[in-house]
Write a protein that binds this ligand. Structure first.
Ligand SMILES: Cc1ncc(COP(=O)(O)O)c(C=O)c1O
Length: 322
């Protein structure tokens, strides 16, 4: 591997690993793509770079010009990815996030140099989005990248994540990922279906009113504009609903059975993969690619790997870890 000229060149090219020991069906292989290996720790590094580079090529941002402000509502990983990209390119980043986020997340944003603007905790990420949209109207000189409505989000996955999966695991039959902004599913799903239309794309979401960090239910009152604009409903073959407790259980299994220390949304996605594998008829073989959005570090204070499962599930109702 050649020496990178900048940390931004280290975004992408993440490894994939077999975790078929979690598959309930002997004919179905599980392969995880480890997006936690990106430099700021999540799949969102790709999106952050894509959003900023698109604004630069549109002439909205200009690297090196002083006083340029970026604004983004984020319940976590995108803020950290953007904070890395903004720091390297010399932009000032303001992040709107709910008041009840975990201490790790706040600290990480501060470490990277982002400015935090709090939105009401009880309104969750929808409240952060509303506040950021209002701030963007009040300050037309601040540039809101808006991952929920910006096609550069799925485009980053279409250009990088999708081709990497196809190159490294061309035997893929199913893609399964969490639904947050829907950027991963739209970008990777479209790329893979263009290579092989038989590949199925499955989304994992929590039930309406329950929370798995990083994911959202489309029935909770907000459908990301990119999902509607880019035909998300037509692209997805299935949606599967996974509850927080099950997400935590499978997050633990990923560690104990496969040695993977990954975030709680990966547990949710792997729980969806287990469901998918059970539905594949006897004698049919399949390879399910599971997107792991991030690693476990930021969720340590949730007690996911250490505390009683009932306590962890209850705690996750009140604190947004990521
Ligand atoms: C931890 C985590 N998992 C999954 C997702 C979902 O990814 P996407 O926004 O591409 O739908 C996110 C998005 O923020 C996330 O932070």
């Amino acid at each position: 591997m050649p020496v990178a000229r900048s940390v931004l060149e280290l975004i992408g090219e993440t490894p994939m690993v077999e975790v078929s020991q979690l598959s309930p069906n002997p004919n179905v292989r599980f392969v995880v793509k480890l997006e936690g290996r990106n430099p700021a720790g999540s799949v969102k590094d790709r999106v952050a770079l894509s959003l900023v580079e698109q604004a630069e090529s549109d002439g909205i941002l200009e690297p090196g010009r002083p006083g340029q402000v970026l604004l983004e509502p984020t319940s976590g990983n995108t803020g950290i990815g953007l904070a890395l990209v903004a720091r390297m390119k010399g932009y000032h980043l303001k992040v709107v996030l709910p008041a009840n986020v975990s201490v790790e997340r706040r600290q990480l944003l501060e470490v990277w140099g982002a400015e935090i603007i709090e939105s009401p905790g009880e309104e969750g990420s929808n409240g952060a989005i509303t506040m950021a949209l209002r701030l963007a109207q009040e300050h037309p000189d601040w540039h809101m990248l808006y991952q929920y409505g910006n096609p550069a989000n799925p485009a980053g996955h279409y250009r990088t994540t999708g081709p990497e999966i196809w190159r490294d695991c061309p035997e893929v039959t199913h893609l399964i990922a969490g639904l947050g902004t829907s950027g991963t599913l739209l970008g990777v799903g479209r790329y893979l279906k263009e290579q092989n239309p038989k590949i199925e794309v499955w989304a994992v979401e929590p039930p309406a009113g329950e929370r798995v960090d990083g994911l959202r239910s489309l029935d909770d009152g907000y459908v990301p504009p990119i999902f509607e604009q880019l035909g998300g409903a037509q692209l997805l073959d299935r949606k599967t609903v996974v509850r927080p407790r099950e997400s935590i259980e499978v997050t633990r299994r990923l560690l104990t059975e496969a040695g993977l220390f990954v975030g709680i949304s990966t547990g949710a996605v792997a729980a969806g993969a287990i469901r998918c594998a059970k539905q594949i008829p006897d004698g049919v073989s399949a390879v399910i690619v599971i997107i792991s959005a991030d690693d476990g570090w930021k969720y340590l204070s949730s007690g996911t790997w250490t505390d009683d499962i009932d306590v962890v599930t209850k705690r996750a109702e009140n604190t947004i870890y990521f």
